[in-house]
Each structure stands twice: as structure tokens, then as C-alpha cells.
Design a protein around this ligand. Structure first.
Ligand code: BDP
Length: 694
């Protein structure tokens, strides 16, 4: 049990359970005329074979109760005869129904397209994996979001930026000749949760990816992913016409540049006819972009969009930008740059916005761009890899973080204008919709750096399919599929997962603090750091602690970032007394003796939260300690060891942070709290030259 099988383990069910299911799995009727049908058939055989001890026999017709028929009306006469209404299912939707065929109780899995049937097959298997009844099924599913993609921050040299699970799974050197079986397993895992796009390379892109040498490799990967309904996208470097084409400029309004991109797009589609499109990071953190030529983001995105449009490709343009020119508050910059461009993008452009205004922190309020661009489809960007939440070892289930953002109410069209409704297009009528997750996948046997990190990949996919799902329900599915259906295991583990992200917030960045991590590599606490080239890369810029108080003043007396939100929210966030305490120091600079809702001072609550964070991790360890008899020793022990690392690092975070903030506030530790284990100078002396993923 090395975690390689993810949530698709298909280990034998208990005999009573298997016996019940076998009555509904007596024979399997599923075509193999197309690659997608073939992988669907293989998955059903593999899944049912594993779960039930042996796979039902394949058949061409229904001849016994308990048949399973999977297909489309076009591919299966049996299904066509049923005349089920599949009209509204689109390409990806499906029905799973218990019906009578030829006088026999039959389960049908039906889609308009092979891909929908495949998704339905995975759903059907999930019912068995999570111990649900399959006797009377009447399920209908369609994804709420069209584009559900993983963004790989993988470099061509095999290094993964902010990756904590080994190297890149793409073995560029051996492609296209050697197709690692892992590629198909990657595709299966994604297909099982509805992910249908994969951006293969880092947003800090290397122009080389567009050379014939690499396009040949991209084509090979696209060939493996295609049967699973996954389209390939590439991150492109805006200055590629200079680097690859020998042009003097990459100005998007220059006809030569436009020609170069059109020709490049034509070339790409020769290799990959269903190529998805480009992901672009431009004029951000030193990347080239249209502003280098006095043009704006819409000019840049539209030029690429025009090149891809004849082939049906799209441009995913990132809104993660910040420049030296606006040093007053980095949190405001994406909105300031993009809001004026609303309505100026081509129809095949999606704007990809990070969930919060800064950068994937343990907690941020939602980005004010959500709701602010009714004429431009906005796509969500979450980070699945835990750059700011303890890397691979800390157990932090991100479902609640994703859910918190998706359920946040932008109020732009009154109550109920949630971020989820912006993203799924229902609020503003977007034709294109999308959600991206920065992948946490690497060459580690367990793919994601730890068993529990797999849950974050899973949760991302499930929420991209349906952003209204509850993160608790998703955690429960995942635990059942990955570990055990044993109730005595499921309940405590789901509870532990549900509290785990808040524990990280507590021991790293409570009460709205943010970006206090080690400089550059983001490992461990460094709230004292104030060097380097940019103020907004330093923790002191964000916490602004001094002898009087702490917090970033973003209200109307400060940077006025609150004004970027819809009026009712702006008014709420502008008033410290009405601001949710979890975001308090995000929006306000407050005196150390500010009275919190508990009646205690801000200083007291800060110390209390840091302390609680460590206690929560101790509790997680305690929970896990009692569960060893429920699962295999291999995974049990690694989780236990990682929790021990997490406790040590949580303590480090708490102690270093309290020691530092105390040195600034000059206040005594509130009574009842243990002093930091070491003096501040000790924490400041630690250095980590070889942090992974940097
Ligand atoms: C930051 C990462 C950096 C990425 C950047 C981005 O630290 O490595 O390149 O985001 O999203 O979180 O472009």
C-alpha cells in the first residue's frame, strides 16, 4: 500500500456487501469500438473485478437480472431502444438508472457522448466504493463548469515549481518514444473526478515548449490523455516570437508578431488537433507581456485568441499581476488593472483569477474581481499544492478552503451572488466557464507527497464538477474510497480533515494575517524578514506590526482596498467591528489592546490562536494514534510520522511568531500560555538553503 492507487484501489469488499452488489452486476454490456469506450469497459472490469472478487462476464445482450449496460444512444441499440432523454446532458453528462430491459432488472449508464458514459461508469463504481445502494438508481449528473483543469507548474528540466512530491511526471527526455504507464494512470485518476484539461508546463514558461522537438512530445502525451476526455493546454511565453521566431518584438499589435502566432497555432493543431489552448502569465513577476510594448492585457490576450480561434482553441489569461508602479497595496492590483478591461476580451478568452487577492494564503477573503467583470468570463484558480500550507507533510485538507471561497457572497447582484455562481457562469451568463487547480502531482509513488494530499486533488476535481458540493461530503467519499468504509474510521478521520486547514491558519496566520512565510521558499515562519528587492515580498509589509498595533490598513483611511468589493461588503469590511474576525488583520491595523468579541484583547487572541493551532495538531495526532488497526501499516505509519513533523513545525511557527510579535508589542505573555521554547534570536538564526520546490 504505497498510495499509488489513489482513490481507485478497488480492494475486495466484505462478503455480505459483495454478495448484495453481485446481484446487480451479473453481466456487463459495454462497447469497445472507440478508445474511450475501451477505457470505460476496462475500468468497469477492473473496478467490479476488484471490489466483487471477479468481474461480471461481458455480453452483447441482456439475459439475466443484474445486467449493466453502458453506452450512448448512438453506440448502443439497447440504449437507443430505451428512449431516455439525453438531450440536456451535453458532452460530459450522464444518467444512471435502474430499468427493465428484456424483462430483466438492469442498470444503464447513459450519455450523449462516450466521455459522459465514462464519467458515469466512474460514478457507478464510486457508489460501490462508498458502500451505497445500487438497487434503485435514478441519477442524473452534468458538470456545472465546462473547463476543469490542472495547471502543472512543471519545468522542462523536470523540476516542479512549488512541487513537493518529487519531479515532474512528464519524462520529456524519453518522450515521445517511451510512454510511461503513469501517464494513463494519471489520466484515469483525473477522469474519475471529471477533470478534462491539463496544462502541461509551468506558467513561468519556457519558449522551447513550442518548438517541433517538444510539440512532438506534447502530441504523444495528448494521445494518452485523449481517451480519458482530457485535452492538453500549454503555458506560453509571451516573448516566444523573439526567442523562437527571431523577431525584434513581441508587440501584440505588430502584424509580424500576429502572423507568427497564427502560424504557430496552425502548427500546433497539426500535432494535436484537439489542442485546448494557451495559459499565459504576462507582466507578472518579471514575465514578458504586452505592457512591455505599451499595450494592455486585452491586446495581448486577443492577439493570441485570434490565432487560436480558427481551431476552436482558447486563451486562459492570468490576472495574477502586480508591478512596481503601484506599491501602496499589492492586494488591489489585479482589480485595478483588469476591471477597466471588462468587455474588451475576445469570446475565446477566460481570465484566470486566484481565489484571493494576494497569493494562495492559508486564508484570504475572496478576490474582489469575482463579480466585478460581468462581461468577461472569470475562471477560478486554486492551488492544490500546499506552497503556503506546510508543503507535503502538513495534513491540511483544502476542501473547506475551496468551499469557503466558492460560497462567499460577492453581493454584486444582491444576496446569493456567490463566487460559485460567478464561476459557473449563471450570475453573468458567461458562455465559457472554468476552474483550475495548481497540481500537487509528482513522481512520488503516492503522487502527491502524502496520502492526505491526494484528498486535495480529489476535492478540487469534485468541486470543479459541482461547486455546490460540501467539502465534508467530499472528504467522506475520499476516505471511504482511499482507506476504509469502517464507520469507526470514517467519522474521526473526516472530522480531523475538516478541522485541519483551520489548524494551519491558527498556527501560521491567524486573524487575517498573511504572507509571514520564509522569504522566497515559503518554508517556516519569518515574520521579521524585511530585506530583498521588493517590499511586497516581505512579511513586515503585510503584518505592519509595531509597538502600537498590527494589521494591514485596507479600510477607507488606509489603502481602501475594501472599496473594490460591492457596496454592502465594502461597508462591512470598512468597519473593524463588523469585519469577520478571521479577516480582521487583513483589513485593519488595530491596537494590541483592541477588544475582540471574546472580551479579550487582540494580543491575547493572537497568542491564543497560535496556541490553539498547535493543540489542534496534537489532537490530530491523538485521533490518528487510535486508528492503527483499521488500515495498512505502511500508510498508517507515514501519516503518523508526517503528523509528528507537523506538530514540531506548528510549535516552531507558534513560538517564533509569538517571540517576534512580543518583541514588537513589548507586551508580556498573557497568563496561562507557555513561553516560546527558544529566544527570538534562535528562530531568526535558522536558515534553509535547500528547501524543495523553490
Ligand atoms: C506564487 C509562487 C510562484 C508562482 C506564482 C504564480 O510563489 O512560484 O510563479 O505564484 O502564480 O505563489 O505565477
Amino acid at each position: 500500500e504505497d498510495g499509488y492507487d489513489l482513490w481507485l484501489r478497488y480492494r475486495p469488499l466484505g462478503s455480505a456487501q459483495a454478495e448484495t452488489y453481485r446481484q446487480h452486476a451479473s453481466q456487463l454490456i459495454v462497447g469497445a469500438a472507440t478508445p474511450t469506450q475501451t477505457v470505460t469497459r476496462q475500468e468497469l472490469l477492473r473496478g467490479l473485478g476488484g471490489l466483487l472478487g471477479h468481474a461480471p462476464p461481458l455480453s452483447d445482450s441482456v439475459s439475466s437480472d443484474g445486467a449493466i449496460v453502458a453506452g450512448t444512444p448512438a453506440s448502443s441499440p439497447l440504449i437507443a431502444q430505451l428512449r431516455l432523454s439525453t438531450k440536456d446532458l451535453g458532452r460530459d453528462g450522464y444518467l444512471i438508472r435502474s430499468v427493465i430491459v428484456a424483462g430483466h432488472a438492469t442498470t444503464v449508464i447513459v450519455g450523449n457522448d462516450d466521455v459522459g458514459v465514462m464519467y458515469g461508469a466512474f460514478h457507478f463504481l464510486r457508489l460501490l466504493q462508498t458502500a451505497q445502494s445500487i438497487a434503485h438508481l435514478d441519477l442524473r449528473e452534468t458538470p456545472r463548469i465546462k473547463l476543469r483543469v490542472l495547471d502543472h507548474w512543471d519545468n522542462l528540466d523536470g523540476h516542479v515549481e512549488r512541487g513537493y512530491a518529487g519531479n515532474s511526471i512528464w519524462d520529456w527526455q524519453k518522450l515521445p518514444d517511451w510512454l510511461d504507464p503513469r501517464y494513463a494512470d494519471y489520466a484515469r485518476a483525473n477522469a474519475s473526478i471529471g477533470i478534462n484539461g491539463s496544462v502541461l508546463n509551468n506558467v513561468n514558461a519556457n519558449a522551447q515548449i513550442l518548438t517541433p522537438l517538444y510539440l512532438e512530445k506534447v502530441k504523444a502525451l495528448a494521445g494518452v490523455l485523449r481517451p480519458y476526455g482530457i485535452r492538453v493546454f500549454l503555458s506560453v511565453r509571451f516573448s516566444s516570437p523573439i526567442e523562437l521566431g527571431g523577431l525584434k518584438t513581441a508587440d501584440p499589435l505588430d502584424p509580424q508578431v500576429q502572423r507568427w502566432w497564427r502560424a504557430k497555432a496552425d502548427e500546433i493543431y497539426q500535432y494535436v488537433p484537439d489542442f485546448g489552448g494557451f495559459l499565459v502569465k504576462a507582466n507578472s513577476e518579471g514575465q514578458p507581456g504586452p505592457q512591455d510594448y505599451g499595450r494592455n492585457h486585452a491586446d495581448g490576450a486577443n492577439m493570441l485568441a485570434d490565432a487560436l480561434a480558427p481551431h476552436g482553441g482558447i486563451v486562459i489569461w492570468r490576472a495574477f499581476v502586480y508591478s512596481h508602479e503601484q506599491p501602496d497595496d499589492r492586494a488591489k492590483q489585479a482589480y485595478t488593472e483588469f476591471k477597466p478591461l471588462d468587455g474588451r476580451f475576445r469570446a475565446n478568452v477566460l481570465l484566470q483569477v486566484k481565489n484571493g487577492p494576494i497569493d494562495f494564503q492559508p486564508r484570504e477573503p475572496f478576490s474582489p474581481l469575482f463579480g466585478a467583470m460581468p462581461k468577461t468570463p472569470l475562471m477560478m484558480e486554486f492551488q492544490i499544492t500546499k506552497e503556503y500550507l506546510g508543503f507535503a507533510t502538513h495534513l491540511a485538507y483544502l476542501g473547506p478552503l475551496f468551499e469557503e471561497t466558492l460560497r462567499a457572497d460577492t453581493m454584486v447582484q444582491g444576496k446569493g451572488s456567490t463566487v460559485a455562481r460567478v464561476i459557473d457562469g449563471s450570475l453573468h451568463g458567461y458562455a465559457l466557464t472554468g476552474m483550475a487547480g495548481v497540481a500537487n502531482i509528482g513522481t512520488d509513488r503516492n503522487w502527491a507527497g502524502s496520502d492526505f494530499n491526494q484528498a486535495n486533488w480529489f476535492a478540487f476535481g469534485r468541486l470543479a464538477w459541482n461547486p455546490s458540493l460540501s467539502s465534508r461530503a467530499i472528504a467522506e467519499e475520499w476516505v471511504r474510497m482511499t482507506f476504509s468504509n469502517d464507520e469507526a474510521f470514517v467519522k474521526p478521520v473526516v472530522d480531523m480533515m475538516m478541522g485541519s486547514r483551520e489548524a494551519v491558519v491558527d498556527y501560521m496566520t491567524p486573524l487575517g494575517l498573511h504572507h509571514l512565510m520564509g522569504n522566497g521558499h515559503h518554508y517556516g515562519p519569518q515574520p521579521w524578514y524585511d530585506g530583498g528587492p521588493r517590499a511586497d515580498w516581505t512579511p513586515v509589509y503585510y503584518h505592519r506590526a509595531d509597538s502600537h498595533g498590527i494589521g494591514f490598513d485596507r479600510d477607507s483611511s488606509g489603502s481602501n482596498a475594501v472599496a473594490q468589493y460591492a457596496a454592502p461588503l465594502a461597508a462591512q469590511f470598512n468597519d473593524a467591528a463588523q469585519t469577520p474576525e478571521q479577516d480582521l488583520l487583513w483589513f485593519h491595523h488595530l491596537p494590541w489592546d483592541y477588544r475582540m468579541r471574546s472580551g479579550q484583547t487582540l494580543w491575547y487572541e493572537l497568542v491564543a490562536h497560535y496556541t490553539r493551532g498547535v493543540d489542534e495538531v496534537k489532537q490530530m495526532r491523538e485521533t490518528w494514534r487510535g486508528l492503527d488497526s483499521h488500515i495498512d501499516a505502511e500508510r498508517y505509519q507515514q501519516v503518523a510520522a508526517f503528523l509528528a513533523i507537523q506538530e514540531k513545525e506548528a510549535q516552531w511557527w507558534r513560538d517564533a511568531s509569538i517571540a517576534y510579535f512580543q518583541s514588537v508589542s513589548g507586551l508580556p505573555l498573557p497568563p496561562g500560555f507557555a513561553p516560546p521554547q527558544h529566544p527570538l534570536a534562535y528562530y531568526q538564526s535558522l536558515s534553509f538553503p535547500y528547501v524543495p520546490g523553490h
